[in-house]
Design a protein around this ligand. Structure first.
Ligand SMILES: Nc1nc2c(ncn2[C@@H]2O[C@H](COP(=O)(O)OP(=O)(O)OP(=O)(O)O)[C@@H](O)[C@H]2O)c(=O)[nH]1
Length: 327
């Protein structure tokens, strides 16, 4: 039996095939243009587009500008394992809240850890674009970007705002902030803490005799000594000029506080050899304690300052504790 289609059907099929091939070529061309536009839009942004399929946990990445394929996780569990342990809870809570429909979008800034332990900060944002009839999320699409440099600059700025440029110690405002937090903590836990106000003796003479640059080096030396006498959780700072301050946390009774002050004086009293110069460096130290001598940072510092003036008046290079004026 002859099963060949009639000749005119062949012609019709060929025509249809040619049309389909043309449509395919048009679609490929349009797709190529879309890819070019997407690449142009993303160029230089550092953005990486991703799609997640919550039912299977599969993750896909659509563009790899600035990224290597191995940087990308192909499954939710792999991505989650890369997130810094300290950031996991908050990122996951944010992501799940959005999958549940509790938020308009998922958005988080978090650290990831590379195999070599390298930390990369990511900004990540996504939105569910397809849900099942019962509301279960089927597809989520989003983008992430490497924000490590921005984070590092912000951290450097924060560091500069909190530290003294010459000595690297905390500055006045950061110290007050820390001391206030320590007082609040001690207040809740029934603990005590001590403040030591340190003012160098006759520093103007040292500057005048040896020059400002030598004075600067001495201030840096004093800062190092302060850091040597404080323990874990204690804080040392430069208030400005030749004034330094520190607080000791925990059960710092008067003898222990005086002993720390004395240790510091011994360290400073050694004649310092600096640039071939022998410099006799001294300091007067005033101390106050929470809660006996003040209930807030300002009062404690003020009273330690008053005790420091008493140390100066008593002959300098000594430690004095704040004495409440007689009522
Ligand atoms: N080298 C240097 N000197 C500073 C700096 N900041 C402040 N000073 C100087 O530190 C000196 C502080 O002197 P004063 O506190 O007035 O008095 P003193 O000479 O230490 O005398 P007493 O405090 O009475 O023992 C001043 O001469 C300031 O110019 C600094 O950053 N570097």
């Amino acid at each position: 039996m002859d099963t060949q289609p009639p000749l005119h059907d062949h012609a019709a099929l060929r025509h249809e095939l040619a049309q389909l091939q043309q449509q395919l070529a048009d679609l490929q061309h349009a797709n190529g243009l879309l890819q070019e536009k997407l690449a142009a839009a993303l160029d230089g942004t550092g953005l990486c587009l991703w799609q997640g399929l919550p039912p299977s946990g599969e993750l896909q990445v659509f563009n790899l500008q600035d990224f290597k394929p191995d940087d990308m996780a192909s499954h939710f569990d792999v991505w989650y394992a890369k997130v810094h342990p300290d950031d996991r809870d908050s990122v996951l809570a944010n992501y799940l809240a959005h999958l549940r429909g509790d938020s308009d979008c998922y958005e988080a800034e978090y650290r990831t850890l590379g195999p070599d332990g390298k930390v990369t900060w990511l900004w990540d944002r996504g939105r569910v674009i397809e849900r099942a009839a019962d509301g279960a999320p089927l597809r989520i699409m989003g983008a992430h970007a490497d924000i490590t440099r921005r984070k590092e600059s912000a951290q450097a700025l924060q560091r500069m705002a909190q530290h003294d440029a010459l000595t690297g110690l905390l500055n006045r405002s950061a110290f007050y902030q820390r001391l206030s937090q320590a007082i609040a903590h001690a207040g809740r836990s029934g603990g005590s803490l001590a403040v030591l106000f340190v003012d160098l003796d006759l520093f103007k003479q040292i500057n005048d005799r040896h020059g400002h640059a030598v004075g600067d080096k001495l201030l840096q030396f004093v800062a190092q000594q302060l850091q040597q006498v404080v323990g874990d959780g204690d804080v040392a700072a430069r208030l400005g000029g030749d004034e330094f301050i520190l607080y000791l946390h925990g059960e710092a009774g008067p003898p222990a506080v005086a002993a720390v002050g004395q240790r510091l004086l011994e360290r400073l009293n050694r004649v310092q050899l600096l640039d071939g110069l022998a410099i006799d460096l001294g300091a007067s130290i005033g101390t106050s304690r929470y809660p006996d001598d003040g209930s807030n940072a300002e009062a404690l510092v003020q009273h330690a300052d008053a005790a420091m003036y008493q140390a100066k008046a008593d002959g300098r290079h000594r430690v004095r504790h704040y004495l409440r004026p007689p009522a």
